[in-house]
Design a protein around this ligand. Structure first.
Ligand SMILES: *[C@@H]1O[C@H](CO)[C@@H](O)[C@H](O)[C@H]1NC(C)=O
Ligand SMILES: *[C@@H]1O[C@H](CO)[C@@H](O)[C@H](O)[C@H]1NC(C)=O
Ligand SMILES: *[C@@H]1O[C@H](CO)[C@@H](O)[C@H](O)[C@H]1NC(C)=O
Length: 275
């Protein structure tokens, strides 16, 4: 019982009357065991107490802090926020700086990293926060995520009225619906604008060149002779043409002109080429 009391008493006295915690110290001159007051948060120790006077404390000063009752000789340095971080709460002497990642970034393994942008065909499942990355999901069949919008959720394809489906939707673009009048009025480039912009973003496809290729296919005037004449003997122009024809742009132009041509046939002669 006595043993128990001896052990516990010093611990209790560490939070002495008046609420000021203390620490144990042997006076180096007298050899006496003392209970010195600790320094309050926001201050630090300048001199230990002695048998004749109390502990001396001094405030931390700018850019420094102590969070707890202490007897440390130096205050701690306030953290400064790192790249892509902003101060949520400045260091005030008793509480360290609180930083948070800027909008568009999240905290991961000691760095603020940029939120992931969902890949084409993937929609936003949950938006990123300063503490968590964006979560994306693959769009289900019949759904798409508009890649022109960076943080868009998957949405269902629009329904087209009968005979108005110009282009079947995919995971990254909507169904394109059109009437023959609209095709005549806006032209295929106008109607396919969202798809073409998507191609541009995804594959860096130069829309004017694609437009040019599709139109030429639609006019069915593309002959080797014409190409040579157009190139005007300039090998640079000719090479450019061959390059495009060989590239995905050529295949893409082929597919698009096929789609437009089919739709034009469906419309009869209403939509004699407007482009
Ligand atoms: C520092 O901020 C904390 C939290 O906002 C507060 O509790 C504390 O009193 C402040 N200290 C000073 C010295 O202003
Ligand atoms: C072809 O060359 C002629 C003269 O060299 C020039 O007047 C014409 O503009 C050129 N055409 C093209 C398509 O470059
Ligand atoms: C469509 O074709 C018919 C018969 O070939 C012709 O009489 C009519 O004028 C054409 N309409 C247009 C808008 O070209």
């Amino acid at each position: 019982m006595l043993f128990f009391t001896v052990l516990v008493l010093p611990a209790l006295s560490a939070v002495a009357a008046g609420g000021v915690p203390t620490y144990r110290r042997i006076d180096p001159v007298t050899g006496q065991a003392l209970q010195c007051d600790r320094c309050a948060p926001g201050s630090r120790l300048r001199a230990h107490c002695t048998s004749s006077r109390g502990t001396e404390c001094v405030p931390c000063g700018a850019g420094l802090f102590t969070e707890f009752w202490n007897y440390i000789p130096h205050c701690l340095l306030c953290d400064s926020c790192s790249d892509h971080q902003r101060v949520v709460r400045p260091c005030n002497g008793t509480v360290n700086t609180v930083c948070e990642c800027e909008p568009g970034f999240y905290w991961d393994q000691h760095f603020c990293k940029r939120h992931t942008v969902c890949k084409p065909g993937h929609g936003l499942k949950s938006a990123g926060t300063p503490h968590r990355d964006t979560v994306c999901e693959l769009c289900a069949d019949g759904w798409f995520a508009d890649i022109a919008e960076k943080h868009a959720a998957c949405i269902p394809h629009s329904a087209c009225a009968a005979d108005q489906l110009l282009l079947q939707g995919s995971r990254w673009h909507d169904n394109v619906c059109a009437t023959c009048e609209q095709l005549a009025e806006k032209g295929w480039v106008g109607l396919l604008k969202p798809v073409l912009s998507g191609l541009d973003i995804q594959y860096n496809t130069p829309i004017p060149r694609l437009e040019h290729l599709v139109n030429r296919r639609l006019k069915k005037k593309l002959r080797k002779r014409d190409v040579l004449r157009m190139a005007n003997g300039s090998s640079e122009l000719l090479n450019l043409h061959i390059m495009i024809e060989d590239s995905h742009l050529g295949r893409l132009a082929g597919r698009i002109s096929h789609i437009i041509h089919k739709f034009q046939q469906q419309c009869g002669n209403m939509t004699a080429m407007t482009v």
